[in-house]
Design a binder for this molecule. Structure first.
Ligand code: PEP
Ligand code: MG
Length: 878
């Protein structure tokens, strides 16, 4: 209700920290504003007045006074922080009379006029929607006229002129005078902040970060007494993190500007000072700041991101919130805070934002290869990771190209919140201005995108679409690589290396490993990905898709020969050759996963997927006809005939999976034999191999029984051949609705179930994944018909319910039946939470997601534990 900022201000006030007096209009009022046809509630302004009077009593100033005016800031603040996405107005309460009062009272007319011009610009932009550029042009002209570089060097005279020009801009826009009444100003400002909740920037941000209404519903408005960092050289404003958000080091990190107001630091207009300099420049403030940081961390048990202002030596806090950190910072602070006994291991695991951890599993520049790529320019490293792409200056163009799949690096002088859509689709961001807390830096870090800022040697010319460094010119469209970890920019594509898990990450994974109950397996089809999965902590393979092995260049030809075979004999002859290859693949993978289960799924896709497309074949034939190449025409026609024979109207529900296994039994026979012999060979060589055979697309127990007979026959013949007993489990995927509904029948003949939630989601929704994602799903999500893409995050109410039925039915027959999941959902934290609660034995995720899955499983266990203990009835005292 108070939003993050309002709650933080209230809490800091309660802790006795120096917060300027103020009040918060709750998010409920924002909702009333919208339900009321975008009108403020009738009684709101009289409530506001009552609270302003309280502020007047506390500060001794008066709102609208021409002697000692009270000025206020009007700032947004939702339940979830959305940095820079909504609007703020500062210095409200100034008009042509109160500015004179402020000048006299502060004995600093320059400061008063500076505050007034700032107010007019922000108010004009936010409340009236006037283009910022109009104001910037006036400011630049004034600097030029006075022959100064910095805003802070503008004298009173220049500022007065600016104010007068700003007023004219506003009045021309409005067609009436600028509102002079401070209460009218306040009313308009409150309304503007509410409006910004539904502004394009905010809506896009919420969509991207899945901030749904149940997470944050409307913005609060904070009306707070202004304190001034622009009252001279004993005044300052700054932003600090209590720990370094880039690497988590326990040392305050941030920037400040003397004689400036808040937005100057984030806007990157003047280059701010590193916070360490404050120790020399304003030593008392520095000590105060350090103590405050410690107090806030102790209270919130989370590193904080603080805004402060010093007004003529007096220290104020304007905001505190949990610091947004990159993944390295998150992990390190989690481990450090446990060591410092600030938090428990449980909390250390729970505070991790899992999607962010993906950053740690990202690329870095190859230290050796980079020696051949001289750096063309260096800026401030703002968000780690390496990215390659083509230079694009224009935001809209970057969005368009990025969405078309082109790898782009967005290159700007500085960025503003409206540029954020381009961040989502760019590989990385490079700016010529701004510091580590500039807009570009903060947003990129939050997204885990590599970013370099403050690259001041880079002169950008947007019109000519180029930038220059030391007389050398680089044009839009050229490929560059940026290293967000050290600030270097390279021409061309610099080789990168895959990430390695840090010691701190390993520590967290160890804690998570001990906390979780769910097993974690990998979806892997090659020895390399299996090896990576094992290194990342996977204990087994939950899905090895055998068809992917046929896609390798040396096998595809053979596989196509097998499909083209006209007789069983012909087909068997090709399968003999394929068997040798499959067996050696299985041996490699089983060896890498020695000691753990490797679930091998028999062929699933329809056979025509391996043949060229019919249209392609027709075109080829036309071409050969023109060339009169009779042999090629004949050969291609054979392919065309076969492709037409195998073609289906709806392949997703067609001749695939077990249906192929039953109608072309020699294929499954070959695969089962390859698995049995691979295990037999390895066992003879004392390798602890545990293969499991899994049948796809089963809908009926009779299908399974049919294949099971083949499996039993081949297993027993292999046992005789090798003279050993084989323990190879036989199980099925549950990815057909009927299989889930008859899971009790199926459980009787299987040793395990594995939910194929990709197909199951298609079946439950009656959506074909490709068609849905390519056509209507984006609009469904935009219109909130669906809150999540069900192919990414499990649809708990629908697909989940069906799974529950299957689990119950399966376990009613075999209480110890092994049940897992191997659809894409196996790597999604929310789906993992469901799997934990549903009592599954394991989830299987792609190799790169294994560490995330391990921590997600631990979080699921902790959340379940805490809800259980909350719902436990207290014991009666005797
Ligand atoms: C599934 O359907 O969830 C599954 C894992 O199989 P595939 O994605 O290969 O169809
Ligand atoms: Mg499937």
């Amino acid at each position: 209700m108070f939003g993050g900022k309002g709650a933080g201000l209230a809490e800091m006030t309660r802790l006795g920290l120096p917060v300027p007096p103020g009040f918060t209009i709750t998010t409920e009022v924002c909702n009333m504003y919208y339900s009321n046809g975008k009108r403020l509630p009738r009684k709101l302004m009289s409530e506001v007045k009552k609270n302003i009077v309280k502020m007047e009593k506390k500060t001794g100033k008066k709102f609208g006074s021409t002697q000692d005016p009270l000025l206020v800031s009007v700032r947004s603040g939702a339940a979830i922080s959305m940095p820079g996405m909504m609007d703020t107005i500062l210095n409200l309460g100034l008009n042509s009379q109160t500015v004179i009062g402020l000048a006299k009272k502060s004995s600093n007319p320059r400061f008063a006029w500076d505050s007034y011009r700032r107010f007019l610009q922000l108010f004009g932009k936010v409340v009236f929607g006037i283009n910022d550029k109009k104001f910037d042009q006036v400011l630049d002209r004034a600097k030029h006229a006075q022959n100064v570089q910095m805003d802070s060097d503008l004298n009173e005279e220049s500022l007065k002129n600016i104010v007068s020009e700003y007023k004219t801009i506003c009045e021309n826009h409005l067609g009436k005078p600028f509102p002079e009444d401070p209460y009218k100003q306040l009313e308009l400002a409150i309304e503007a902040v509410f409006r910004s909740w539904m502004g394009e920037r905010a809506v896009v941000y919420r969509e991207k970060y899945k901030i749904t209404r149940d997470i944050a519903n409307g913005t609060a408005v904070n009306v707070v007494t202004m304190v001034f960092g622009n009252m001279g050289n004993d005044s300052a404003t700054g932003v600090v993190f209590t720990r370094n958000p880039g690497d988590g080091t326990r040392k305050i990190f941030g920037e400040y500007l003397v004689n400036a107001q808040g937005e100057d630091v984030v806007a990157g207009i003047r280059t701010p000072q590193p916070i360490d300099n404050l120790a020399k420049e304003l030593p008392k403030t520095y000590v105060r700041l350090m103590k405050t940081c410690e107090k806030l961390e102790k209270h919130y048990k989370e590193p904080q991101d603080i805004e402060f202002t010093v007004e003529q030596g007096k220290f104020y806090l304007l905001q505190t919130r949990s610091a947004k950190m990159n993944a390295i910072g998150m992990i390190k602070t989690s481990v450090d805070m446990v060591k410092e006994k600030l938090i428990s291991k449980e909390r250390a695991i729970l505070r991790l934002q899992l999607e962010q951890l993906d950053q740690l599993l990202h690329k870095t520049i190859d230290g050796e290869a980079v020696k051949n790529y001289p750096s063309i320019v260096k800026g401030i490293a703002a968000s780690p990771g390496a990215a390659t792409g083509i230079v694009v200056f224009d935001v809209k163009k970057a969005v368009q190209m990025g969405e078309d799949g082109v790898k782009v690096i967005l290159v700007r002088e500085e960025t503003k919140p409206e540029d954020v859509p381009a961040f989502f689709v760019s590989m990385g961001i490079l700016t010529s201005r701004g510091g580590k807390t500039s807009h570009a830096a903060v947003v990129a870090r939050g997204m885990g995108k590599p970013c370099i800022v403050g690259c001041s040697d880079m002169k950008i010319d947007y019109i000519a679409k180029k930038f220059q460094v030391d007389g050398k010119t680089f044009f839009e469209g050229e490929v560059i690589t940026i290293d967000g970890s050290d600030g270097n920019v390279f021409l061309g594509e610099v080789p990168t290396i895959e990430p390695k898990i840090t010691d701190d990450f390993r520590t967290i994974l160890r804690w998570a490993e001990k906390t979780k109950r769910l097993g974690i397996r990998a979806n892997a089809d090659t020895p390399e990905t299996a090896g990576l999965a094992r290194e990342y902590g996977a204990k087994g393979i939950g899905l090895c898709r055998t068809e992917r092995m046929f896609n390798a260049r040396d096998r595809l030809g053979l596989f196509v020969d097998m499909i083209m075979a006209r007789t069983v004999e012909e087909r068997k002859a090709v399968l003999e050759k394929l068997m040798v290859l499959q067996k050696s693949d299985f041996k490699e993978i089983l060896k890498v996963m020695e000691g753990y289960h490797v679930t091998i799924r028999l062929l699933d896709p329809p056979l025509h997927e391996f043949l060229p497309n019919i249209e392609e074949l027709i075109n080829k034939i036309h071409l050969f006809e023109k060339q009169n190449s009779q042999d090629e025409i004949a050969a291609t026609k054979k392919f065309l005939d076969r492709a037409r024979e195998l073609a289906e109207i709806n392949p997703m529900m067609g001749h695939r999976g077990v249906r192929v296994g039953i109608t072309f039994p020699e294929i499954y026979e070959m695969q089962i034999r390859a698995i049995c012999e691979a295990v037999a060979d390895l066992t003879k060589n004392k390798v602890d191999a545990h293969a499991q055979i899994m049948i796809p697309q089963v809908g009926n127990v009779t299908e399974l029984n049919h294949v099971k007979k083949i499996y039993e026959k081949i297993k027993s013949s292999t046992e005789s051949k090798f003279g050993i007993k084989l323990k190879i489990n036989f199980g099925t995927m549950l990815e057909v609705v009927r299989a889930c509904l008859t899971a009790d029948e199926i459980a009787k003949v299987t040793e395990f179930f594995s939910f194929g939630t990709n197909d199951l989601t298609q079946a439950v929704f009656s959506f074909s994944r490709e068609d849905a994602e390519g056509k209507f799903l984006p609009e469904y999500l935009e219109k909130e018909i669906l809150v999540e893409n069900p192919f990414q995050s499990l649809d708990v109410n629908g697909v989940g319910s069906l799974m529950q039925i299957a689990i119950e039915k399966g376990k009613s027959v075999k209480p110890n039946l092994e049940i897992g999941i191997c659809g894409e959902h196996g790597g999604d934290p929310n789906s993992i939470k469901f799997c934990h609660n549903a009592g599954l034995n394991y989830v299987s995720a792609s190799s790169h997601r294994i560490p995330i899955a391990i921590i997600a499983a631990a979080q699921a266990a902790l959340i379940k534990k805490s809800t259980k203990s909350k719902t436990k009835k207290p014991k009666k005292k005797r």
